[in-house]
Each structure stands twice: as structure tokens, then as C-alpha cells.
Design a protein around this ligand. Structure first.
Ligand SMILES: [Zn+2]
Length: 218
């Protein structure tokens, strides 16, 4: 693990913790319909599904939630490399974006990170499908509120905020306009505070966003 790997924000960590009841992301039935899957992956997926079924049959199902691990679809060095032409904040956001994090049982995690049997495309699809699960609505709403209100110690994550709003709108038929308006109001307040030179009221993410146009013009 690279030493400069950015830490995960508390709202995102809380969100993933709240998502544990949706289970291991590689169990989604849609994954086997995905055309990118080749034979070795299908075989591994079938083994993986059988393992979870056996756990259920044997009564070990209740242990699954506690064993889930947070995995990243693309590693930090790969994300950093893909984003090397941009400020570091962009790489950090890509690394921790909702489509790059996924909850996996230890065996699925090993088959991806360790054995390299599951592909990045498959894992990316699993990550996206996670947020369409009916059980994702409550945690996504809670996450949006925590981020918009920028509660103490919480870092702004505009990328994930927009992604969460889009999943809620598109997959959970949720009206996110009030949250979007609250976020816009906060952005205006942050811009005003920066203009007045008062950085104490502004989060690091906001400062970086507002300084980006200046950086791009250089
Ligand atoms: Zn699993």
C-alpha cells in the first residue's frame, strides 16, 4: 500500500458501514448477464455464489456482514497515474468515488486483489449495482445530508454528492432537489467566505474546487 494513499472521509466510511446489510457486492444476479465476463470469471462467480449459499444453509449467514471488507476497484497508484495531469484532489476523489468502492467478502476480495481472477470491469459493474440495491436508498440519503451539512470533521465530497444524488433520482425515484438547493446555498456561502479571505469557514474540498479554475488558467 502506498504511503500517500488518501484516507477515506468519515461520511463515506459511515455510508459503507450502513450498506453492509446489502451483502457482498459480487452476489448481484445481474453480474452473470454482463457480457464482459469470460469463462474463468464465470466459474469463479459460480464458486463464490455457492459459497454464500452454503453459508446461508449452514446458518453462517449472520457472520457475512461482519466479514465484509471495503475494496477499491482501481488501486491508489493506478488512480494517481490516470489522474497525473490534474491536481491531486481529483485523483483523491476518483479513488474514493462511489463507483470505485465496493463491499466484498474476504474470499471475493482475494480473488480480485490477490489472485486477479475477477476483472476491473466486473468489479466496476458490481460497485455500480451496489447503489441500485433497494437497501441503498436510506444510507445514500443519510450520506447526502451529512455531506451537505458538512458536519464537524466531515470533508466536502462534491463528486460523491452528485453521484449519490443521481443514484437516488435515477434508481430510487427520490426527489433530491431540496438537498441540491441546500448544497448550492453552501457553495455560495463558501465562495463568499473565500472572497472575503475567511478560510476558516471553508472546507478543504471547497477551497480546492474554487481554486481549480485559477489553476487551470495558469
Ligand atoms: Zn462474497
Amino acid at each position: 500500500m502506498a504511503d500517500d494513499r488518501p484516507p477515506m472521509s468519515r461520511p463515506l466510511r459511515d455510508l459503507l458501514y450502513a450498506m453492509r446489510h446489502t451483502g457482498c457486492a459480487l452476489q448481484h444476479p445481474e453480474l452473470t448477464k454482463w457480457q464482459i465476463i469470460d469463462d474463468p470469471q464465470l466459474e469463479a462467480l459460480a464458486w463464490h455464489r455457492g459459497k454464500h449459499e452454503a453459508d446461508r444453509t449452514e446458518g453462517f449467514d449472520h457472520l457475512t456482514e461482519g466479514r465484509l471488507q471495503i475494496a477499491h476497484v482501481r488501486t491508489w497508484p493506478a488512480t494517481k497515474d490516470l489522474s497525473r495531469s490534474y491536481p491531486r484532489l481529483i485523483a483523491e476523489r476518483r479513488f474514493h468515488c462511489l463507483d470505485n468502492v465496493v463491499l466484498l467478502c474476504p474470499e471475493a476480495h482475494d480473488l480480485y486483489d490477490g489472485a486477479g481472477i475477477f476483472s476491473t470491469d466486473l468489479m466496476q459493474t458490481a460497485a455500480r449495482l451496489t447503489w441500485t440495491h433497494p437497501g441503498a436508498r436510506g444510507p445514500l440519503l443519510q450520506y447526502l445530508r451529512a455531506t451537505v451539512e458538512a458536519r464537524s470533521g466531515h470533508q466536502t465530497e462534491n463528486t460523491n454528492l452528485l453521484m449519490a444524488a443521481e443514484y437516488l433520482r435515477h434508481d430510487h425515484a427520490t426527489d433530491v432537489q431540496p438537498i441540491v438547493r441546500a448544497f448550492e446555498a453552501r457553495c455560495r456561502a463558501a465562495a463568499q467566505a473565500i472572497e472575503q479571505g475567511d478560510h476558516t469557514k471553508v472546507h478543504r474540498g471547497d477551497i480546492a474546487v474554487f481554486s481549480m479554475p485559477r489553476w487551470a488558467a495558469q
